[in-house]
Write a protein that binds this ligand. Sequence first.
Ligand code: ZN
Length: 164
Amino acid sequence: MDILAHGLWATLIFKNAPPTTRTVGIALSLAPDLIAFVPNAVYSVITNNYKMWFKVSEDTVENMANRVPPWVYRIYDVTHSIPLWIIGFSIAWAIMGSVPWAAFGWLLHIIVDIPTHSRKFFPTPFLWPLSSYKFDGYNWEAKWYMIANYVVLLAFYLRLHILR
Ligand SMILES: [Zn+2]
């Protein structure tokens, strides 16, 4: 799923959480992609290669995926792994002494990504490093999917802010 939609869904899910949990939960729902892609975005700007990101479309995703440096995929493996999330969650729980609810923002990101990424463009390595299996989901860049996702989000936000 695109990063804006990740943030909007997390905002809905954490809407009744205490302010700190809400803010951290929303930030953590963006973290898996920000950590994986921001270094490469900066690198693309420095090397003047950033224009390729403006040409992402349904037909060019496979092409794009091949041009992304391999180290981005290694970071992506780490940030989109449920086993690693469980380890991080357990450590945070042990340190904090209470359930770190905000961490579910990160898990939500991984779970949502599984069916919304096809094998052509960053399929979700959710079992890494235990298994390299990746589910072949729908491409979130597909127009019908984008429209459907934002229509559903809009419906939730309207219900939340207008029809209460
Ligand atoms: Zn992601």
